[in-house]
Ligand binder design. Sequence first.
Ligand code: ATP
Ligand code: MG
Length: 447
Amino acid sequence: MSDNKKPEKITAIKGMNDILPADAPLWELFENTVHSVLKSYGFQKIVTPIVEDTALFKRAIGAVTDIVEKEMYSFTDAMNGDALTLRPEGTAGVVRAVIEHNLAYEGPKRVWYKGPMFRHEKPQRGRYRQFFQVGAEAIGFAGPDIDAELIMLCRRLWDDLGLENIRLELNSIGDAAERQAHRAELIKYFEANIDQLDTEAKNRLHANPLRILDTKNPAMQDLVNKAPKLLDYLQAESIAHFEGVKRILDHNNIPYVINPRLVRGLDYYNRTVFEWVTDALGAQGTVCAGGRYDPLIESFGGKPTPAVGFAMGIERLVELMKLAGEPADPASCDVYMVHQGEAAQMQAFVLAERIRDAGLDVVLHCAAATGAGSFKSQMKKADGSGAAFAVIIGDDEIANSTAAVKAMRGAEGEQQQASVPFDAVVDYLVDQIVGHDHDHDHVHYHH
Ligand code: ATP
Ligand code: MG
């Protein structure tokens, strides 16, 4: 630049992460596993926009919540003045879509979603401003059976991912009337101990006292542990529902701990609430949270439709997979194509396409600078690529219409090299790589 100044570097927004290629295989493993588990329970995918009307979240999440009070990325569309928000969670959009498209018309629906969520929180380990969730919503189911099914789906996912030591915490928060009765006692109790409340709790005392039970302030743990328990205020129907969930979990040997302090401080949540928690991640130990929200859809103008769902934080689960030492399958290719000279490059392009037609993964050497680089430097790249074979084409090979095919795995000196006519290279590689190994199922050999 003429003024000799380097351009200023632009970095990512605080709390918003890049997922780099080195971590991608682990993310892919998580995603593939969760997709297949969801499918095995009959859940169908739904994709809703990342941006929605701000009013949607205010109504679905409730005004007196962390999210709506202080975490939403809300803005005015400069073009038309619309009040918009980057979604902080997935349920609101799914519920909107279900009502808008009358999806539950023909009967109950099981759907799942995945994608980035945005909350303006204080970034720390396991807590980001953009983070990814995968969630499931079961719409139109009233009974305790589906609650248990969602929990068992999670359990299967942890097993399939090889994750141990994620415990299930379970509670019932009853219905609005039951919470009202409990709330009056709760406020009385906290008022009698007002000197022990922190500022946040004091602010919540009359707006959302249930949420005080959720406090992470160590100084208040004793106080909230002794507070009146919502479970003691449940009436017959809520008790029967909760017993129904527990009966199915017990019958299927799913361990859980009842946590009377587990609340979803949201107006529309009711009855079953659960969290999956680990001690391996420090303070941010909840990897999945779920619950029933029977009144929500009606409150949005839909016809009364019971529903229950969960959302899991993918960053926290991928972190757990890392800690568990889950080996990420290396992002290696089958074949690396090495070439020298223009005729060889042209031949390499053609051959690479034919090898890909046969279902193998090929990395074709491309120039990092002027010229393709020496054979030696290309072979180093082939080695680093993790390829099983290098296919080498130079002047001699062009003259003979053959390629040198070198096995890259195995000890130095034992690596075999064969001279294979261009026309036979595909067959040769398929035979060598796939052989009689029927497990190599991504290969579809075309004749
Ligand atoms: P917390 O009490 O930790 O703030 P929450 O109640 O706000 O949690 P939910 O809205 O229930 O969290 O979200 C479900 C899951 O999504 C969480 O259990 C967690 O795994 C993940 N999650 C929530 N917020 C974040 C975040 N800021 N960064 C990363 N993951 C998150
Ligand atoms: Mg939160």
